[in-house]
Design a protein around this ligand. Structure first.
Ligand SMILES: [Zn+2]
Length: 57
């Protein structure tokens, strides 16, 4: 689950689409449009980025 840092809404990983720009990965909260930062911890076995939320962001 990902949790919005602004409104505390929780989303399953397939509910929101991770996006990326020049500053990194993020997802947009569907409830409040807050931009939540994500961290890429490296490719998984299929070569896709594994995105996690840092506890302090
Ligand atoms: Zn939110």
């Amino acid at each position: 689950m990902w949790t919005c840092r602004n409104c505390n809404a929780r989303f399953a990983f397939d509910e929101v689409e991770a996006q990326t720009d020049e500053s990194g990965f993020f997802f947009i909260c569907r409830d409040c449009d807050y931009r939540n930062r994500l961290m890429n911890i490296g490719p998984d076995a299929a070569g896709r980025p594994q995105l996690v939320q840092r506890d302090d962001e």
